[in-house]
Design a protein around this ligand. Structure first.
Ligand code: G3H
Ligand code: ZN
Length: 305
């Protein structure tokens, strides 16, 4: 089916207390593994492309691959910009046919984050495309990161209502204890903080940096408004582990397909596991999550100038 937007999908997830998996992809095998998993699990899925992926594959090429995978799938697929850190990147993705955007203003001062998010929301909404924003900062894993750093960067619940009202964003990425790109599962989320944010705003909340979060903590968070969970590092690890094992098992073969088929399968299995964990498996019904697009037509043409 054609790409769908994330708007109704995430609202349905928040209301139904499940989370849609948002999986990062950089190449054809990852995209196919992710979409194959969604089809087998009867789950909606968000395929997200980061700015790094755009630099690697090219914007139009990345968008075309996801659109092709979606067209061949019978479950709803969203093409989402992950961590778009500037205005121009968001506009370029809108033009390229992305059906969900993210402005990540987490490194900007509060007022600047609000101002740029609001500008992007205004433009994206003209095209019926929803926008994810970030309040607080989900940090990157580094050797010297401390628990205090993570705490200091967390979303302040008393800013959430003001931020959402003034930006008009459709979903909100929150910093509640996860850290990007952790290679082992060790982080517990600050559920009390999440509860306060969830009480303050009624839009779907987004968990970033899920690869380092304990699975029981992820599941608990879904009960308090987390409706989209981003997964990247875990997929990369699975992809590369499978590739290394396949090469080690046959050091002579030269056909890349012989090896990459194992990586694609590994990605699919990880995604299937996550979809079940998030409660998304089996949630695609015959009517799906997408509602018919509103066409802005009017019978009253008025003066044609
Ligand atoms: O935006 C992408 C994610 O937040 C992924 O985080 O690499 O820790 O899974 P992760
Ligand atoms: Zn992230």
């Amino acid at each position: 089916m054609p790409l769908t937007t994330s708007k109704e999908m995430l609202q349905a997830a928040r209301a139904g207390r499940f989370a849609v998996g948002a999986f990062n992809a950089n190449n054809m095998e990852q995209i196919q593994g992710i979409v194959d998993a969604a089809v087998e699990e009867r789950a909606p899925v968000i395929l997200q492309v980061s700015q790094g992926a755009i630099r690697y594959a090219g914007l139009d090429f990345a968008a075309a691959m996801v659109k092709t995978a979606a067209a061949m799938a019978d479950v709803p697929v969203v093409l989402h910009l992950d961590h778009g850190t500037d205005f121009d990147q968001n506009v370029l993705c809108l033009r390229a046919g992305f059906t969900s955007l993210m402005f990540d203003g987490s490194k900007k001062p509060y007022e600047e984050n609000i101002a740029t998010t609001a500008r992007i929301v205004e433009i994206a909404h003209i095209c019926d495309i929803p926008v994810e924003a970030e309040l607080g900062k989900v940090l990157q894993s580094t050797p010297d990161i401390t628990p205090q750093d993570v705490l200091d960067a967390m979303t302040k619940p008393d800013q959430a209502a003001d931020f959402v009202a003034r930006t008009g964003c459709d979903s909100l990425a929150v910093a509640i204890g996860s850290v990007h790109a952790m290679s082992s599962k060790a982080a517990s989320l600050d559920i009390d903080r999440l509860k306060s944010i969830s009480e303050a705003v009624d839009i779907p909340l987004v968990l970033h940096g899920s690869s380092g979060v304990l699975e029981e903590s992820e599941v608990e968070a879904i009960g308090y408004g987390i409706a989209k969970i981003n997964v990247a590092t875990l997929l990369n690890i699975g992809f590369m582990d499978a590739l290394r094992a396949a090469v080690a098992a046959d050091t002579k073969a030269s056909d890349p397909r012989k090896f990459l088929t194992h990586s694609r399968e590994a990605v699919k299995e990880i995604v299937r596991h996550k979809m079940r964990l998030f409660g998304a498996s089996g949630t695609v019904t015959s009517s799906g999550f997408s509602s018919p697009k509103t066409q802005h037509r009017s019978a009253d043409l008025g003066n044609i100038e």
